[in-house]
Design a protein around this ligand. Sequence first.
Ligand code: DON
Length: 308
Amino acid sequence: MGTVIDNAMLEAILAEVTPLIGQGRVADYIPALACVDGAKLGIAISTVDGQHYCAGDARERFSIQSISKVLSLVVAMNHYQEEEIWQRVGKDPSGQPFNSLLQLEIEQGKPRNPFINAGALVVCDMLQSRLSAPRQRMLEIIRKLSGVGDIAYDAVVARSEFDHSARNAAIAWLMKSFGNFHNDVATVLQNYFHYCALKMSCSELAQTFLFLANQGRSPRHEQAIITPLQSRQVNALMATCGMYQNAGEFAWRVGLPAKSGVGGGIVAIVPHEMAIAVWSPQLDEAGNSLAGIAVLERLTQRLGRSVF
Ligand code: DON
């Protein structure tokens, strides 16, 4: 196993990375996110054998944003056959910003993968077709996985996103023009924005995502969330598409499947061992947490972990 994890080691890594605070920028294209304190920094780790470690602002809730795209795909996997999903959305990295329209026009309305905005919107459209209450269902799953009953949507963030939804609406309408979007655009956008506006802490995220380190089954529950094969597939998508146009750079520096959000959170998976969540709201040019990546880089180096 290599180096042993403890809270003091995590505190030491956060202290090393603190000088980077100030180099990134808090997302401001969603006004409700612009007022978050850019100096926040936290990390939490949950292991498949039941350990939990925390440091810094690990227990403070923030907007999970695109981290939710992994969970919406998992819910879709519960309600659709494999080929039904992948005929509507691809499995390849886009190499483009997460909210780009460019490729979507060229590739006739089929998004490259479920972790860019276009792909997540198609997934939300699929959930709208088969679930009577997609928002309630998401809360039920997250509350069950995390073991925390009061996880909820931040109505102010969801509203702010809806009020500034021109680009996401354009993406949805473009896909509709190609026949790859079936439901009312405003209804699906509302669900998508609510998923992005989930408020969770690093501690809750690490616990929630542990099923991806444990072949699709949360160690706390008997029933699997997805099959071992699906879990492997989701991890593969995170490794190749989870950090947008910087997926290669992130693989080079950190070497783990991961998914970021513009709230500054990143969830990373060490298969068979642990789920890690970090939070630092200031972002790099690609919209990934600048200090968060540095924390993960130092952690994986100290632990000697990588999937490569
Ligand atoms: O739709 C959006 O643009 C945001 N709600 C989510 C974007 C996001 O988190 C991309 N991640 N880095």
